[in-house]
Design a protein around this ligand. Sequence first.
Ligand code: S3P
Length: 185
Amino acid sequence: MRHTGMKSYEQMTDTFSRCPENIVLIGFMGSGKSTVGRILAKKSGRFFLDADVLIESQQGRAVSEIFTENGEAFFRRLERESAEWMASCVRGTVISTGGGMPLVTERLGDIGRVVYLKLPFEKILERISPRERSRRPLFADPQKARKLYLQREGIYESKAEAIVDAAAPAEEVADAILRSLAETV
Ligand code: S3P
């Protein structure tokens, strides 16, 4: 069967034969880390990994279930362990992290080049639909989420090698990341 839109064998082999440094996307919930990450992976010949999905696959349950059944501290421990694992075992990949990852590990820089997707809280509110809010335990109450955003802004900035305006369309954000890391688009 023919699959349209798939990469040619040569293009795929090229991805498998390269092993560039990881790119680690950080930022608040709803800043577009996963959407931009997928596009960036394609553009830069890397694989894509969503750190929340990594934890979900190891646990066999959703992040929201982990929060409900075991609490936030347990989730943070898993997050820290996943950061250790990524620093040791993952290469050639764009990684989108959960919004709290920069607070639980000192090893972001050992995982790869860290980029902060910066977006004002008002824009984040516009972007996150009620359905998406329900998947994010820490977004259930927007006022609490705003406080969290204010507490974290400076931390994201201090941990990033590059800061990119995440308000533009995802494709443009991906190009801006490559430019700011001085990789060719
Ligand atoms: C969290 C963000 C979520 C997820 C968890 C906690 C946070 O990921 O890891 O609900 O503390 O900001 P996203 O940033 O992908 O929504």
